[in-house]
Design a protein around this ligand. Structure first.
Ligand code: NAD
Length: 372
């Protein structure tokens, strides 16, 4: 990879552009003060793209996404699109996201569940259960029951059936297992592989392939298996037992939302979606985005919490550019602004100081300045 790091920024709809503005400030600061060499190109996605081009993402933007070193996305969607009967289904705002994920083959979705000390009271669980919590959920994103064939509705002997198919091949499990083992090696060295091998054939197969990958290349990482229903229970009973959880598309969808809520607020949750590393260039196709949506109820009011998007940017530094020191510094700056008692409305509590979206971004820059 050359020294210049090309980022394609897709702010999207609703609060997307507002939270992305704060990331731009951080990128400008780091180019200026830490010589990070980021080059940012901005483009449209979702409803904003539909308004301009009648598609959720254009072919030109897709080309830029393939060429970029990483994609950073805000959020897509809004009531004007949800309620538009004339909008073709395959051009709805989410179709832009799905096309990016599919064509970049982003098969591993990383969803950290991190509890910040300053926000410990935002969780519905007791503080002693979640203090210092740091779980990484790796969800398989491009296969399984959301994509398996046959799917749809069919008639069998005069009776209507609705069907989806849970199916995985060995390569799809192998590659996502490797992502989980690699992550664990840089963390607490523990992977919990989650399926329902007690009742699903594909679950037995999932468990078998994960074990094969483990025994062949990662026997130094601690591996355990857990049924998905038990995992949901354990996440609220004793979340501290987990380090990295790897699971399929459907269970990952449910468990990552469950784990996310241990941390209290949607405005604090980042994510990364990664593809296969190019062995020659070392580039990993990747897209980083906050977990929250476009929050139309607060869009344009300066109320959005930009921290989920800033933490997504930190994941980009870590996983796409191996800039561990810069990522740690940004994570620490987030801790510091929270410790100063600054809060956007969504995480506001008694005795704290409410700040706007840009107020939070400015405070973050101040903290970065001190840490640098
Ligand atoms: P949402 O995440 O947009 O909002 C849920 C609630 O959380 C709202 O009250 C909102 O104000 C609040 N919230 C969310 N993010 C926040 C932030 N950063 N700071 C402060 N408060 C925040 O979910 P929704 O309301 O179900 O969906 C709104 C639109 O977003 C819909 O069109 C939906 O399809 C879309 N959506 C997009 C994505 C995505 O782009 N990845 C994800 C989920 C929903």
């Amino acid at each position: 990879m050359s020294n210049t790091k090309n980022i394609l920024m897709l702010p999207g709809d609703g609060i997307g552009p507002e939270v992305m503005n704060e990331v731009k400030k951080v990128i400008d600061w780091s180019n200026d003060k830490r010589d990070t060499g980021f080059k940012v190109e901005e483009d449209l996605v979702g409803g904003a793209c539909y308004d301009a081009h009648k598609v959720a993402v254009t072919d030109e933007t897709m080309e830029k996404a393939h060429a970029a070193d990483a994609v950073l996305l805000g959020a897509v969607g809004g009531p004007q699109y949800d309620n538009d009967p004339d909008m073709p289904r395959n051009q709805r705002p989410e179709a832009g996201l799905l096309r990016l994920r599919k064509e970049l083959d982003l098969f591993a979705n990383l969803r950290p569940a991190l509890v910040f000390d300053a926000l410990i009271d935002s969780s519905s669980l007791k503080p002693e259960l979640i203090r210092g919590l740091d779980i990484m959920i790796v969800r398989e994103l491009t296969a399984g029951v959301y994509f398996g064939e046959p799917r749809g509705e069919e008639l069998r002997d005069g009776v209507r059936y609705g069907l989806d198919t849970q199916v995985y091949n060995e390569h799809e499990i192998d590659r996502v297992a490797r992502v989980a083992f690699e992550l664990a090696k840089k963390r607490d060295n523990k992977v919990t592989s989650v399926e329902k091998a007690n009742v699903m054939e594909s679950g037995i197969f999932w468990r078998k392939i994960v074990k094969e990958v483990h025994d062949a290349d990662y026997s130094d990482v601690e591996l355990s298996n857990m049924y998905a229903d038990n995992c949901a229970m354990q996440l609220v009973r004793w979340p501290g037992q987990f380090d990295v959880i790897v699971t399929d598309n459907l269970f990952g969808d449910l468990l990552s939302d469950c784990a996310a809520m241990l941390t209290g607020s949607l405005g604090m949750l980042p994510s990364a979606s990664l593809g296969t590393k190019d062995p020659e260039t070392g580039k990993i196709p990747s897209m980083y985005e906050p977990v929250h949506g476009s929050a139309p109820d607060i869009a344009g009011q300066g109320k959005a919490n930009p921290l989920a998007t800033l933490l997504s940017h930190s994941m980009m530094l870590r996983y796409s550019f191996d800039m561990i020191e810069d990522a740690d510094m940004l994570d620490q700056a987030v801790q510091n602004v929270l410790a100063r008692g600054l809060r956007t409305g969504d995480i506001m509590s008694d005795g704290m100081t409410e700040v706007s979206t840009s107020g939070m971004g400015d405070a973050l820059i101040e903290e970065l300045e001190k840490l640098n």
